[in-house]
Design a protein around this ligand. Structure first.
Ligand SMILES: Cc1ncc(C[n+]2csc(CCOP(=O)(O)OP(=O)(O)O)c2C)c(N)n1
Length: 550
């Protein structure tokens, strides 16, 4: 066996059976070895950002890490933004990055670079394997590191001669050790706090937003009156009819501050104390209200479910009926397409078991409220804020769950970073319905421009946020990548097109042209619009408005 064959065998024996690839010369022995280890499914991506984002989507849904195959420092660098997102989402990924043969690097050839430096930004485990005999053992360490918890990005750099060298031997990975649950003292202290009856919330993040932990947290909430909150951008949120509803913290810090106001205790479960994404002149960065005490039940490295269940038991809440989301859908919308009617159409048809990759940005503001009571589904979000993640994540989720419908809800600007994901969707005939919300703008940046205090922006500044001139034709783009594509011009057309796309196998793209949502006037009106949708009580809407525009 050569090194590459031993590496592949080690990966598949450990349950790592999918690799998203974009190879070059230094990876050719790995590519050649794929035929001798057919249990490894290799999926070609036409850009490394697609491969790394797909690995992220796969790992979120499969429960075991995906691998990537990348070409030296530049290939890894191209995939970095989505590895950043995976790192922030605590998603396990194993990168195999090819390198020149060990004796070749001294010549500083065109593709030579410091791969480890590129890798370290996103990887908590990095190693350049230097001998064929050690390669499989190095791979086992990478796999173990990636599992965590927390899930991590591990990068194994594979010189060409280590890959082609003979004498490779597969190694069996040990099952990951069980992480510790919260100590009895921590559980007791938090139980006492919750029994005290002061205003409290449990903030769930990471793995705590899956069904088991959610149910335990909802029982604790029902027994103690604590509020359930979720972090702003969940890695994987299980939601819909029958599951406990959980209020996601808002991206806009003034909204989040209102959600948190009045709290005396905040209990963290695989989540960080809330902070504003960006600093704004004169505004707070740390959003925990003054006088609110923060308690950590379970860190990212802990057994989240066991910790919540221990707390539930101490509180005697195991038999308490948790709040469950009622089944409800919005009416099928009619008339002109706007961001709101488009979100309503999605809520009207979202199928049972759907996986939603949400990168709709401003156009998706009302997606949560329109889909809350849809049949049970998974919601995957932009964990690290680096846009260009939604389409690749949909690719990976569809590879991991071929029998489930995947919806990629994409803002136009974000989609263009990794639009060639469509090609992989077509090549692999993945069951993905892509909706492009085309507002021909980097709309959110108009809001940010005003919020950072740069109010007097002129035409040169505004041009940097504009995606018209020329207008992008997503139907033509979709067709050229081999994806059935159409444009919906009314809300009725969108609803019908969504139903058809979801029912038919293979990928589909639907473009909707919609006016931008985040004009300053609409932003001012937003608290009241959310109140009208039943999302915010009227007094809270007024409080948000006062905070936004003191
Ligand atoms: C990798 C990366 N580059 C740039 C940005 C900055 N950025 C944040 S939002 C945004 C524009 C989003 O526009 P679009 O996806 O069309 O959504 P819209 O705001 O129009 O709803 C940009 C460029 C980012 N977050 N990540």
């Amino acid at each position: 066996m050569n090194g590459a064959q031993a590496l592949l065998r080690t990966l598949v024996d450990a349950g790592v059976t999918t690799c998203f690839t974009n190879p070059g010369t230094s990876e050719m022995h790995f590519v050649a070895a794929l035929d001798s280890v057919p249990e490894m499914r290799a999926v070609l991506a036409a850009f490394e950002g697609v491969a790394t984002g797909a690995a992220d989507g796969y790992s979120r849904m499969a429960g075991s890490p995906a691998a990537t195959l990348l070409h030296l420092g530049p290939g890894l660098g191209n995939g970095l933004a989505n590895l950043h997102n995976a790192r922030k989402g605590k998603v396990p990924i194993i990168n195999i990055v090819g390198d020149h043969a060990t004796y070749h690097t001294k010549y500083d050839t065109p593709l030579q670079s410091d791969i480890e430096t590129v890798a370290r930004n996103v990887s908590s485990w990095v190693r350049t394997s230097s001998r064929t005999e050690d390669l499989a053992r190095d791979a086992v360490e990478a796999i173990t590191a990636s599992f965590g918890p927390p899930g991590q990005v591990a990068t194994l750099i594979l010189p060409a001669d280590v890959s082609w060298g003979e004498g490779g031997e597969p190694v069996r990975a040990q099952p990951p050790p069980s992480p510790p649950a919260a100590s009895a003292e921590v559980v007791e202290e938090i139980a006492r706090t919750l029994r005290g009856g002061q205003a409290s919330a449990i903030l769930l993040g990471g793995r705590a937003l899956r069904e088991g932990p959610l149910l335990a947290a909802a029982r604790i909430a029902a027994a103690t009156g604590a509020k359930l909150l979720a972090e702003v951008f969940p890695t994987r949120l299980e939601r819909g009819a029958g599951l406990p509803p959980v209020e996601r913290l808002a991206y806009i810090p003034e909204f989040a501050s209102v959600q948190l106001s009045g709290l005396k205790h905040l209990i963290l479960v695989d989540a960080k104390a809330p902070v504003s994404f960006f600093a704004y002149p004169g505004k707070k960065s740390y959003l925990v209200p003054d006088g609110c005490e923060v308690h950590e039940l379970a860190a990212a490295s802990a057994d989240v479910l066991a910790s919540l269940e221990a707390l539930m038991d101490v509180l005697g809440a195991a038999g308490v009926e948790p709040e469950r989301q009622e089944a409800a859908r919005p009416e099928r919308p009619s008339g002109p397409l706007t961001a709101e009617t488009a979100c309503q159409a999605i809520g009207a048809v979202l199928p049972e078991g759907a996986i939603v990759s949400d990168e709709a940005v401003t156009s998706g503001a009302t997606l949560p409220v329109n889909t809350a009571g849809a049949p049970r589904h998974d919601w995957l979000t932009l964990t690290g804020g680096a846009i260009g993640q939604g389409l690749p994540v949909a690719v990976g989720a569809a590879v991991a769950c071929p029998d489930r419908p995947v919806l990629a809800l994409e803002a136009d600007g974000s989609s263009l970073y990794t639009i060639q994901s469509l090609w992989t969707m077509a090549r692999e005939q993945l069951n993905v319905t892509v909706v492009i919300f085309n507002n021909r703008s980097y709309a959110i940046l108009n809001m940010e421009l005003a919020r950072v205090g740069a109010r007097a922006a002129g035409p040169h500044a505004k041009a940097q946020l504009d995606l018209s001139q020329p207008d992008v034709d997503f139907v033509s783009i979709g067709k050229s990548f081999g994806v059935q594509s159409s444009r919906a011009d009314t809300a009725e057309q969108l609803t019908d097109a969504l139903e058809r796309a979801i029912a038919e196998p293979g990928p589909h793209l639907i473009e909707v042209l919609i006016p931008t949502t985040f004009t300053p006037a609409r932003l001012r009106a937003m608290p009241y619009a959310l109140s009208a949708l039943g999302k915010l009580p009227r007094p809270i809407a007024s409080a948000v408005k006062r905070r936004l525009y003191p």
